[in-house]
Design a protein around this ligand. Structure first.
Ligand code: GLC
Length: 708
């Protein structure tokens, strides 16, 4: 990530600067404050920029948080104070949340993950970096790599779904997109992996809630995407708000030092989440800001985001020996090293010189549309799609005329002129007949009904956990009216989370899961509905049949009493009042083509040795060119601990013309088969493995091998 210096040189230079700093100046580097009017931020308020400038002038701010707005002038003024009005003139880094684009908004991460296309996601991150660095920003608080299996949690929208392997691939791609692919070697962002670790496992799907995550699950599920991002060179990790087995991560030396640095090898800076250090008082592990500062710094939090425990207490904690100076030097060295790496120490105004974008770049929009096209998942199609142009279609649903389609966690300056989904259909050439009520649906002169249903994009994101994630009665009433009128019912689900769509699915001839896809959502959805775009998305999350099923995920353990195929054996792990299977599983997604898979062929250098090459012939048996995300799953049948009934260990998107056959091969190595054992070692077990290759986590061509 370093530009014109090696990492070693940056460490050396940072050390030389550190040696010139007073303790007070060192501590001042470890506080992050918000730029701009923060009066609405309660105990995190810095007040006006004036108050902020006074703090900076006293050397008490090392990092700025820019609420993802466009505040380049404010940043410039603040930076000038840091550089020109402090003894050492150390510039500040500027962080913001570039989660799925900056000015150009891309699909929500949970939707983009359905593309199974990390390279395209990487390109979207590079665009986000390109636009944000033109606004003075040099650190993104992304990628969010929290594995999530509970769709009641609103932040499932920001992550990459339920599977560690897919999330790890996207984590690596995102870090490289932000840190390596900028337009100008001098203008690349630092990435922040968040929220370490297990934040998505909050009990009841309630945000910020306690989690119960055992050590092996922490390493075999929740930290897997972090390890991938660390190995890709991420420079920051953000600690989560939550507790694990009662210990708030922000105060957990095991998680932030032993695990994150000792096991996972992270050498960058750890930043708290927003006021999370002060919140240790609420957690009940500190009674004062001083105790909170001691707990967090001892755990390994380098930088405090937005609260003032470090600012108010670290000086006395070091002065009275409660904390040792070496740990202070180590924390400051990590931050200063990053400042050298991003080039700020050579030119503090480096990120403040480029012209901001004054309109959306067509090339960025084209990329956003490509990723949106690939993120849409066709769940069901019983002769209803595609709808040919010119066809009269009655259009209804709560989301049909909403312009707010960008998804949570965006604050683009160009959020006003987003076309609605109805406008997208009109632009695509459908004969749209607005039919907002059941009566109008019944009488509309159209044989098909397109219903845009789901939840507003503001219903997911931070602080948006919901106990009821069913499709609303109002939307269902529209589908019932269409069904009763004997019309073809096409439901398009617009949402930031996996919803319970079981009733809607039963009333529909076709179901398209569109998520929220950013600026080009209307065009992409219309393209899929008319067949201009052939859908290729695969679910990044299982869709529960009911709220009572949650959490439901494909990579569950087998248990000692697994349910049988008929799901009718009472004394097994199942429900007696309904199916125990999700409505649609992870990895599921249909096309307008049809793909067939040959039996597997396996080859290895010698019997039972790795790498094992798993090959299959995939054929497009349909009549249109189409892409398929071919997926490889394994099961470690006889391991030291229970292992999932299926684990994704490879995927490849292939585009095939009608009738075309392609051989797709995956190499399985120790890395894919290894997991963390009770003794802490990460290795593969000898013994039998079952394999599947197919277009979903369900089914597929099956094989097996014995690892020697
Ligand atoms: C938040 C979020 C975190 C974000 C930070 C800065 O509360 O938890 O994901 O990066 O504040 O905006």
């Amino acid at each position: 990530m370093t530009r014109n210096r090696t990492h070693g040189e940056c460490v050396r230079l940072a050390g030389e600067l550190l040696a010139r700093m007073t303790r007070e100046e060192k501590i001042g580097q470890l506080t992050q404050r918000c730029i701009g009017d923060t009066s609405g931020l309660g105990n995190a308020a810095t007040g006006s920029n004036n108050d902020l400038h006074n703090m900076i002038r006293k050397g008490r701010v090392g990092v700025l948080l820019q609420p993802a707005l466009h505040m380049k002038r404010d940043v410039l003024e603040a930076q000038r104070v840091a550089v020109e009005e402090t003894r050492l003139g150390i510039p500040m880094m500027t962080h913001t949340d570039v989660i799925h684009g900056f000015d150009t908004v891309f699909p929500l991460p949970v939707a983009a993950a359905c593309s199974f296309d990390p390279s395209l996601i990487r390109q979207s991150c590079a665009v986000g970096a390109k636009e944000a660095t033109a606004c003075g920003i040099n650190v993104t608080c992304a990628p969010m790599v929290d594995i999530a299996r509970d769709p009641r949690w609103g932040r499932i929208a920001e992550g990459c779904g339920e599977d560690p392997f897919l999330c790890a691939a996207i984590s690596e791609a995102s870090v490289r997109g932000y840190q390596e692919d900028g337009p100008d070697p001098a203008l690349r962002m630092s990435a922040t992996l968040k929220h370490f670790a297990g934040y998505g496992a909050g009990e009841g799907g309630r945000d910020y809630n306690e989690t119960q995550i055992g050590g092996l699950t922490m390493q075999n599920v929740y930290t897997v995407p972090f390890k991938a991002g660390i190995d890709a060179g991420a420079r920051y990790v953000m600690a989560g708000f939550h507790s694990v087995d009662g210990m708030p991560v922000t105060a957990s030396r095991y998680h932030l030092t032993t695990l994150l640095r000792g096991v996972l090898g992270f050498d960058g800076a750890v930043i708290s989440d927003f006021t999370a250090i002060r919140e240790l008082i609420q957690h009940g592990v500190a009674e004062t800001p001083r105790e909170a500062a001691l707990a967090a710094f001892s755990a390994g939090v380098d930088i405090e985001m937005m609260s003032d425990c470090y600012d108010s207490s670290l000086e006395s904690l070091f002065a009275d020996g409660s904390l040792d100076e070496a740990s202070l030097d180590a924390a400051v060295l990590r931050l200063l090293t990053i400042k050298y790496e991003v080039g700020l120490m050579d030119d503090p105004y480096l990120f403040l010189k480029r012209e901001e974008y004054t309109s959306l770049d067509p090339a960025h929009l084209a990329l956003a549309e490509r990723l949106a096209d690939e993120s849409i998942v066709l769940l069901k199609n019983e002769g209803a799609l595609p709808v040919s142009k010119g066809t009269p279609a009655a259009v209804c649903g709560s989301r049909a005329n909403d312009r707010s389609l960008l998804g949570c966690w965006q604050s683009s300056r160009f959020a006003k002129d987003v076309p609605t989904l109805t406008e997208g259909l009109i632009a695509e050439g459908l004969d749209v007949i607005p039919a907002p009520t059941p009566e109008e649906i019944r009488t509309a002169p159209a044989d098909c009904v397109i219903a845009f249903i789901g939840e507003p994009d503001s219903a997911s994101g931070e602080g948006c956990s919901r106990s009821d994630i069913n499709v609303t009665e109002e939307d269902l009433a529209l589908l019932r009216a269409a069904k009763e009128a004997g019309k073809k019912v096409i439901s398009v689900i617009c949402t930031g989370r996996p919803m319970v769509i079981t009733q809607a699915d039963a009333l529909s001839d076709a179901v398209v899961y569109a998520w929220y896809l950013g600026h080009r959502m209307a065009a992409s959805v219309a393209g899929v509905l008319t067949g201009r775009v052939v859908p290729s998305g695969k679910l990044s999350c299982s869709l529960p049949r009911s709220i009572g099923q949650i959490p439901v995920h494909y990579d569950h353990l087998n248990t000692g009493r697994p349910r049988n195929a008929q799901d009718n054996d009472r004394f097994t792990s199942r429900y007696t009042d309904g199916s125990s299977e999700p409505l649609y599983p992870f990895g599921h997604g249909l096309s307008y083509a049809a793909f067939t898979y040959s039996p597997l062929s396996l080859s290895s250098p010698a019997q039972g040795c790795l790498p094992l090459t798993v090959s299959v012939e995939v054929t497009n048996a349909g009549s249109v060119t189409a892409a398929e995300a071919v997926q490889l799953y394994i099961r470690d049948v006889s391991a030291e601990i229970g292992r999932p009934v299926k684990e994704l260990k490879g995927f490849a998107r292939v585009t095939l013309a009608p009738g075309e056959t392609r051989r797709v091969s995956f190499d399985l190595t120790e890395k894919e088969l290894a997991y963390t054992h009770p003794d802490g070692t990460r290795r593969a077990d000898p013994g039998r493995f079952t394999l599947w290759v197919g277009g979903s986590s369900a089914g597929g061509s099956e094989g097996s091998f014995i690892l020697g």
